[in-house]
Design a protein around this ligand. Structure first.
Ligand SMILES: [Zn+2]
Length: 322
């Protein structure tokens, strides 16, 4: 099947009590690792591209790699999505350039300005058969060009969501309920420590999610910054020359719970980066004489595939839903 929008996959996810994974792609091995897992598990998927990915890999290379995945994974609905579109021009370039979904992130702007920019993107996107994700509330953390300090972050105000969705006509809404971008989602002083000395983050604000869902029945909600930062990867990195003390993510049980509610899309990027880096660090330690990139990128790609398979089955619940 050709690239699809997220409209049908979100409707099925909402009704079915699961979420679709949205994984960031930056190179061939990442595209292959993700989509091979989805093909095997018969899972719909969103492949998303940030402004940073377009700067790194080039728009055309990314689109063509995703189109190759569409050919290689004939049983799986795949949407190609712009992650954190910063302005109308970037969204337009992706809509004109083969994407089936775009995010316009004007969440740092005042409410009325966010509405105005989002509405303009929605009008252009819908005229071209493309769907739009918007954002209300601001996540903390660092991801590519998006950097927000904890002090400047804010939870979504549920009383704003109906007016925002009605005025903009957006197709899905990213909200802030305590997830965060990057591999250091919380500082140690925001957390408690368990018996093993591992940081335990503050819980997500499910009360905010429930209030939003009550006001927008049937409407797909999106969670950004939802890597879990598996401690196995962090320990592998630190054991093989890396230095990532106190890297911490969102517990998978909380994401599983969100997926059963109105959350239809869960964004995962840092866990891909950690899987690749941990695998390559371990590989280089074990094989200091190897220098063929295929030798260490092959297990790195396999690590992405294994990690994504785990997410599809145990966190998102979208396996078998293609
Ligand atoms: Zn994000």
């Amino acid at each position: 099947m050709p690239l699809v929008t997220t409209a049908e996959m979100f409707k099925k996810a909402y009704d079915g009590g699961y979420a679709v994974g949205a994984f960031n792609v930056n190179n061939m091995e990442i595209v292959q690792g993700i989509t091979e897992a989805c093909q095997e598990q018969k899972a719909p998927v969103v492949l998303q591209v940030s402004k940073g990915a377009r700067a790194y890999a080039n728009h055309t290379y990314l689109v063509k790699m995703v189109e190759a995945a569409v050919i290689e994974c004939p049983d799986v609905p795949i949407a190609l999505h712009l992650d954190h579109g910063p302005d109308f021009e970037t969204c337009k370039a992706c809509i004109d350039g083969g994407f089936t979904s775009v995010m316009i992130d004007a969440s740092s702007k005042p409410f009325d300005e966010n509405v105005e920019i989002t509405k303009k993107v929605v009008e252009y996107a819908h005229a071209h058969g493309v769907v739009v994700e918007a954002e209300l509330g601001t996540l903390a953390g660092v991801e590519d060009d998006v950097k927000v300090s904890a002090e400047d972050s804010s939870y979504t105000h549920p009383e704003e969501v109906e007016e925002f969705v009605t005025r903009t006509g957006c197709d899905s809404l990213a909200i802030a309920i305590g997830t965060s971008h990057g591999a250091y989602k919380f500082t140690p002083d925001q957390c408690t420590r368990n018996e093993q000395g591992i940081l335990v983050p503050p819980p997500l604000r499910f009360d905010v999610l429930e209030e939003v869902s009550k006001r927008l029945p049937g409407f797909p909600i999106v969670l950004h910054g939802s890597s879990s930062v598996p401690q196995d990867f962090v320990q592998m990195i630190n054991a093989h020359g890396g230095k990532m003390p106190d890297a911490i993510g969102i517990p998978e049980e909380e994401l599983r719970h969100a997926a059963q509610l109105s959350v239809c899309k869960i964004n995962i990027d840092s866990d891909i980066r950690l899987a690749i880096t941990a695998t390559i660090r371990e590989y280089f330690d074990a094989h200091p004489d190897h220098f063929d990139p295929r030798q260490y990128l092959k297990p790195a790609r396999q690590a992405v595939k294994d990690m994504v398979t785990h997410k599809l089955i145990n966190v998102l619940g979208c396996n078998g839903k293609a």
